[in-house]
Design a protein around this ligand. Structure first.
Ligand SMILES: NC(=O)C1=CN([C@@H]2O[C@H](COP(=O)(O)OP(=O)(O)OC[C@H]3O[C@@H](n4cnc5c(N)ncnc54)[C@H](O)[C@@H]3O)[C@@H](O)[C@H]2O)C=CC1
Ligand SMILES: Cc1cc2nc3c(=O)[nH]c(=O)nc-3n(C[C@H](O)[C@H](O)[C@H](O)COP(=O)(O)O)c2cc1C
Length: 201
């Protein structure tokens, strides 16, 4: 390791958050129900781990009001949000009493008994199969036991501390009614548009 790297100061939490705020993430409502009670929270720290067996990971702050219920119930549903779900994302994002979080939205149950948002872009119904604590958070390993994809909306994204959506482009396999227009939002590029030449800084 070069001396300059070894001497570099550690990255503090605020600098780390500032750096992380530049990423764009999908937004999910993580819900649970069972003997530990009904609970849910908004999460961006969700990632696919394996397709065999289908496994997701979800990072949850142990200080979250949903933590006790989720770990006691051992089941959860990862509901991926689309455009139009921003109010729900805000409501599940903290400081709202649990019952109020579920007051809006159409909820159903898949296999686990955790609430599944009927018009989510996709819902992954899961059983908790592993837990690893790292710093303030637990990394939850979640075996996916059912999937429901109802929504046709564009995904809801979170970037630079605000919610955003991608510009609409024709769906793959559907005939475009008009030529796709390149958009600058989020640097997104229609899938059938030519790749722009790369520029170096
Ligand atoms: N992974 C997490 O626990 C996340 C927590 N949040 C919480 O939501 C609230 C609003 O967040 P922002 O408006 O994005 O501003 P922010 O400045 O608190 O966070 C910026 C980015 O840093 C990361 N981050 C924030 N808090 C974190 C934590 N405790 N552990 C690991 N990564 C974290 C996330 O990627 C977030 O988008 C804050 O209270 C924040 O802590 C937000 C996003 C992710
Ligand atoms: C866009 C967004 C993404 C978030 N992602 C996560 C996450 O991945 N993990 C987490 O523990 N908290 C995350 N949070 C924070 C929780 O949603 C919130 O703190 C949680 O509901 C706990 O608040 P409460 O204790 O008032 O219930 C996120 C918040 C927002 C607004």
């Amino acid at each position: 390791m070069p001396d300059s790297a070894a001497a570099a100061p550690p990255v503090d939490a605020m600098a780390y958050r500032e750096a992380m705020s530049r990423l764009a993430s999908s937004v999910h409502l993580i819900t649970t129900d069972g003997p530990g009670g009904r609970a849910g929270f908004t999460a961006s720290a969700v990632c696919s781990v394996s397709d065999t067996p289908p496994t997701l990971l979800v990072c949850i702050n142990r200080a979250s009001s949903a933590y006790a219920a989720l770990t006691r119930n051992g089941v959860l549903c990862v509901n991926t949000l689309g455009e139009g779900h921003q109010a729900l994302a805000t409501r599940f994002g903290g400081r709202t009493p649990m019952d109020e979080r579920f007051a809006d939205g159409a909820w159903r149950r898949l296999r686990s008994g955790a609430p599944a948002l009927a018009d989510a872009l996709v819902s992954f119904d899961c059983r908790l199969v592993g837990r690893h604590d790292v710093g303030t958070h637990d990394v939850l390993f979640c075996a996916v036991e059912a999937v429901a994809a109802a929504g046709e909306a564009e995904p809801l994204l979170y970037s630079e501390r605000r919610y955003r959506t991608l510009p609409r482009v024709p769906r793959l396999g559907s005939a475009p009614s008009e030529p796709a227009k390149p958009s600058r939002a989020l640097g997104a590029r229609p899938v059938d548009a030519p790749m722009p030449a790369l520029r170096s800084a």
